[in-house]
Design a protein around this ligand. Sequence first.
Ligand code: KG4
Ligand code: ZN
Length: 337
Amino acid sequence: MIILGIETSCDETAAAVLNEEKLLSNIVYSQTAIHQSFGGVVPELAARAHLQTIIPTIEEALKQASITKNQLEAIAVTCGPGLIGALLVGVNVAKTLAFAQKIPLIGVNHLEGHICAIRLDYPDFKPPGIILLVSGGHTLLILVEDWSNYQVLGQSIDDAAGEAFDKVAKMMTLGYPGGPVIDNYAKQGDPEFYSFPRALMKKKNYNFSFSGLKTAVLYYINSQKEKFVREHVPDICASFQKALTDVLIEKTIRAAKENGIEQVAFVGGVASNEFLRKEASTRAKTEKLRFFFPSLDFCTDNAAMIGRTGFYYLSKGQKTSLSLEANPNLKLGVPLQ
Ligand code: KG4
Ligand code: ZN
C-alpha cells in the first residue's frame, strides 16, 4: 500500500511517501526564516505559508518517491493538536486529494505521530514501553501498552520542555528556534557552572514544571553584569540544559522502573538534543534499561511519522470519513470521528 503522509500542524510543511513501513521520501519545508524575526511562530503567517508550499511539497515527495498521484492508495494527515489555521490547510488538501483519487483518508493525532516515529527507525520496537514526548507544545510521560493504547502518566503543568528552550533563548536574544541554538552553545559550556532549580524532580508524581526554571534563568541573567553574561552564554545554556534534562531523565527512569518496563523512548523535537541523548544513553547502561531515540529527522515535525501512524490504522482496517475536521485541542488517545 502506497501512502502519502501530510503534516502542517505548526511551522513545518511536510509530505512523505511510504510503501507500507518503508519510507520512500520525506520532504520538510521549514518556516523558520518566516518566524525568526518574531522570536516565535506567528499563526497567521504559518497558515499562509502552508497554503503556498503544501502543493509543491507534496509534488516533491511524489517525485522523490518516483510515483504519480494515481499510484497513491491512501492519505494520512495530521488533524490535531496544533494551530487551527495551519491544520486546516493540511486537512483540506488531504480530504480533497482523497476524494478526487477515491482513496481512503486517515486522520492522525500529531502526538501519536511523534510516538510512532520510533517505529520508523526501530521496526522491531514492540510495546510495552515508556515514552517521553518532549516537543514545543507538549511534555508527556506515557505508558504505551499497545500502539493505540496510551496511558498518560504525567505531563508539564506549565511550559513544555521545548517552549522553555525557546523562551530562554529569546530572553538571552540567541535566536529562534531556541532548542537547537541552546544545544549548540551548550557544547562549549560547563553544565555545572550554575545550579538552576529542578522543579518536581523528587516529587512522587510524573508531572513536570519548567516555568520556574525559565524565570530562574531570567533572574540570574538580570543579577549579573551584561559583560559577564555575554562571556558566559555557553555556560548558562549548558547549566539550563542540564537542569531541564536532569528532570526529564530522572522522571522517565522512575516511570520505567515503577512500571516494570525496560524499553524507554524519547520522541519529539527536544529528543534531538545532543546532551539529552548522551546523558540518557549513559544512564541507560547503569540503570539496565534500553533507551531508543528516533533519528534527528524523525524527532522534529515530519510527515513520515504521520504516514507510518496512518499505515498502522489502515492495516487494522480503520479509516476516517471525509467529514474529518481539524481539532487544535485534540488529546492523545481520543478516537477520531
Ligand atoms: O516536535 P517539534 O518539531 O514541534 C512540536 O510538535 O512542537 O518540536 C519543536 C520544539 C521547539 O521548541 C524546539 O526548540 C525544540 O523542539 N527543539 C530542541 C532541539 N531541536 C528542536 N530542543 C532542544 N534541543 C534541540 N536540539
Ligand atoms: Zn510536533
